[in-house]
Design a binder for this molecule. Structure first.
Ligand SMILES: NC(=O)c1ccc[n+]([C@@H]2O[C@H](COP(=O)([O-])OP(=O)(O)OC[C@H]3O[C@@H](n4cnc5c(N)ncnc54)[C@H](OP(=O)(O)O)[C@@H]3O)[C@@H](O)[C@H]2O)c1
Length: 216
């Protein structure tokens, strides 16, 4: 598949490199193609990736991954242009920093970042995914001590075909994809990201843990 990733920061680069390794072609949509943070992932991926301006990158593919900071979301979506019918994978978390330096979510249990993204990106088939733990686990999803257990990738959305694409993309890079329901479930997935961040801080910035599902 050809996958456009808006933002080549920690999340965008990690996902781009992982999907490129799995045989997908990556288009990074960035504000300054050919400069700055896009260079390391482009160099590492080689012929399997390119970078373009945000509008060109959004036009280049029907699968778009949104990986910008939350405050940049309205600008990034506006810059992407027409998104009707495209799969828009929302990895963002609506984080806000309090005066005492603590993190929380700027949207609560009656609304979510993903629902806001769907409103801004009129007509796009939004799927929330790749948001519930740190990028380190997207870059390398192998947990040698976990035997056959795979890290889960929770996702949600209102469009079945778009969710099937996300399911396939999550499985391609080593996750057990778990469909959690409609886009409203992002009201549960976004707080799960905050839980991961708080545990990460509590454990002295240990990013090497993820969520898994045990069933019987
Ligand atoms: N960090 C994590 O482990 C993690 C895990 C899951 C989800 N998330 C969420 O994923 C999102 C990205 O996080 P990150 O850690 O990857 O952030 P990051 O490293 O700061 O990278 C953000 C990227 O977004 C780009 N960007 C900023 N404003 C933009 C705009 N207006 N238009 C287009 N691109 C723009 C930046 O480009 P420039 O280089 O031009 O500034 C940069 O490439 C956040 O919403 C975060 O909450 C993060």
């Amino acid at each position: 598949m050809k996958i456009t990733i808006i933002g080549a920061g920690k999340v965008g680069s990690a996902l781009g490199k992982a999907w490129a390794k799995a045989g997908h072609y990556i288009v990074f949509g960035v504000r300054n193609p050919g400069q700055g943070r896009t260079q390391p992932p482009l160099e590492e991926i080689g012929v399997g990736a390119t970078s373009m301006t945000v509008p060109d990158a959004a036009r280049a593919s029907d699968i778009i991954v949104l990986a910008t900071p939350w405050p940049a979301v309205p600008d990034a979506i506006r810059a992407m242009g027409e998104l009707r019918g495209k799969v828009l994978i929302d990895c963002t978390n609506p984080l806000s920093l309090a005066g005492d330096g603590s993190l929380s979510l700027s949207l609560g249990s009656t609304h979510s970042g993903a629902e806001e993204v769907a409103k801004l990106a009129g007509g796009a088939n939004v799927v929330k995914a790749f948001n519930t733990y740190g990028w380190e686990n997207f870059a390398d999803s192998a947990y040698p001590n976990a035997a056959a257990l795979k890290p889960v990738m929770f996702y949600c959305g209102d469009h079945d075909e778009a969710k099937a694409t996300v399911h396939q993309l999550a499985a391609a890079i080593g996750f057990e994809p778990v469909d959690t329901g409609g886009l409203g479930m992002s009201r549960s997935l976004e707080p799960l990201a905050l839980l991961w961040i708080r545990l990460n801080i509590r454990e002295g910035r240990n990013a090497n843990f993820t969520w898994a599902r045990l069933t019987r």
